[in-house]
Design a protein around this ligand. Structure first.
Ligand code: GLU
Length: 309
């Protein structure tokens, strides 16, 4: 059993924080542009009572693309993998997360994977529920269960800010509707998508969520299977192959922890068999990953030998 030490975490945050000066906060969603780029925090959860943490741990942030892992898990639980993978592929891409180009050239025209925007929008379209409100509530309840935090909700200001500026995502949806991949009313789909991207939490919540995915879908109380084993296996695999945008290969080599990042600067890490990692550092590198967060994960992986490879 690895013994994580808070003094290590504090040192790692100090070392990685230097890099935050070199990154930039995302501005294409205007509300995200207000984050303080020097913020950096990390939490680790091993299923014990409390997380171990260091840095600006009280900061809450929106999940953005990290929510794609959770909506995928829910869609797989709702619909089964045959249904999901008829509409979304399983292959990584070297293109940016919001690219439309492969939709045009792939035959049949379906998104390459559920971690890019096109794929995540198609997955959001598969969520079960009578109304948009029902569907959002189901996503929220699922995340409340995974984190053990009943107060998890979404940030309406960030959701609205993205909704008003999401024309690229709208164009992905129109393209996919033309090709029969999605069926919904597009404004409603963008509304649901921007709200689940704006679900908010701190690093402790994120680490707890990462723990369940790493722990084959079981919560800290071992009897409780929150995600079926097979679904946890699928989402963890996508985290490895596609979780860190078009830097996923380099990340697998340097860090080797199944992870998913978001443009808010959050990174979710799930070490198989039960270590969850939550990171927040809104200064991003040119691929959209938290620059301080990447360094932190490299340091963590080396210090505690966490690479799965
Ligand atoms: N809501 C964001 C978007 O669709 C998520 C992007 C991300 O975090 O990668 O642009």
């Amino acid at each position: 059993m690895i013994c994580y030490k808070q003094e290590h975490l504090i040192k790692m945050v100090e070392e990685a924080k230097v890099l935050t000066k070199k990154g930039k906060v995302a501005k294409y969603i205007p509300a995200l542009g207000e984050a303080d780029p020097s913020t950096l925090a990390v939490a680790i959860y091993t299923g014990e009572q409390d997380c171990m943490y260091a840095g600006n741990i009280d900061e809450v942030f929106t999940l953005q693309s990290i929510s794609k892992v959770l909506t995928l898990a829910l869609a797989l639980m709702d619909r089964g993998s045959d249904y999901v993978f008829q509409r979304v592929g399983m292959e990584p891409t070297g293109d940016p997360f919001n690219s439309i180009s492969k939709l045009e050239t792939s035959i049949p025209s379906k998104p390459l994977n559920p971690m890019i925007n096109a794929g995540a929008l198609a997955v959001t379209d598969m969520l079960v529920g009578n109304t948009l409100k029902d569907k959002l509530e189901r996503v929220l309840n699922f995340i409340r269960k995974l984190t053990g935090n009943k107060n998890i909700s979404y940030n309406p200001v960030v959701a609205q800010s993205e909704f008003e500026t999401a024309d690229l995502n709208r164009s992905l949806c129109y393209f996919m509707r033309q090709h029969g991949i999605i069926e919904s009313n597009i404004e409603q789909l963008i509304d649901l998508y921007t709200k689940h991207c704006a679900i908010e939490m701190n690093c402790n919540d994120l680490a707890k969520l990462g723990y369940v995915i790493g722990n084959e879908g079981r919560g800290p109380n071992a009897n409780e299977n929150i995600i079926p084993l097979e679904v946890a296996r699928i989402v963890k695999t996508f985290m490895v192959t596609c979780g860190m945008y078009n830097a996923s290969g380099e990340f697998a080599i340097n860090v080797g922890i199944p992870s998913k990042s978001g443009v808010s600067g959050g990174i979710l890490g799930s070490v198989p068999h039960g270590v969850g990692i939550g990171i927040y550092g809104p200064a991003l590198d040119d691929k959209g990953n938290s620059i301080g967060g990447l360094r932190l994960l490299e340091l963590l992986s080396k210090q505690y030998n966490l690479s799965i490879f």
